[in-house]
Design a protein around this ligand. Sequence first.
Ligand SMILES: C[S@@+](CC[C@H](N)C(=O)[O-])C[C@H]1O[C@@H](n2cnc3c(N)ncnc32)[C@H](O)[C@@H]1O
Length: 207
Amino acid sequence: MEEKWLKRWDDRYKEPDFAYGTEPNEFLKEQIDQLKAGTILFGAEGEGRNAVYASKLGWVVQAFDISKEGKNKALKLAEENKVSIDYQVGQLPDLDFENGKFDAIALIYAHFPPNIKSEYHKILDKKLKKGGTIIFEAFGKNHLKYRNENPKIGGPPDLESLFSTEELKLDFKNYEILHLEEKVVELSEGLYHNGKGSVTRFVGRKK
Ligand SMILES: C[S@@+](CC[C@H](N)C(=O)[O-])C[C@H]1O[C@@H](n2cnc3c(N)ncnc32)[C@H](O)[C@@H]1O
């Protein structure tokens, strides 16, 4: 992993404010509210706003990210909310999440570098139980136009890091698709996701 990439996230999370706020992402909330609580894994979970929300609903929560500053903030948020989460820092292939363990996996703006994002999806698929659910939202291929018009919306500057509905279909071939679309939404998430953006949303159930 590039030093610069890790430093970017650590620096962002060292700031006292929560970069994406302390409330869960709206799509995550809408979807998880419909599921029965079980075990869930959050990828690239940053400061833990989604993981803490799930824990408050009664889910047994594990999470990972490359940023130890993100972990510090997430544990602080968990403590403030009187819940606990198991949060591992490192590269996914080196972490010890059990295969076939999880009832759900949530990827919310999990913009892994483009050269590994598909490989990470394949590893994550192995962690999910049959019948388990993936909940995904991240910036889509049409997002650059919105980012250029309004830098406050955030998101990666390069097309390769953005997600098409087609690539999700390919990465998660063995899933019943419950929801798949790229659409324009208005975000209001902390300091870095504000305004109109184009997001790709996917919910799938593993066959
Ligand atoms: C836009 S933030 C989203 C944070 C969180 N999911 C949320 O919605 O608030 C993207 C996250 O991806 C993490 N990240 C980037 N590359 C990663 C990698 N290779 N493995 C794990 N996490 C990564 C960053 O550290 C950052 O926390």
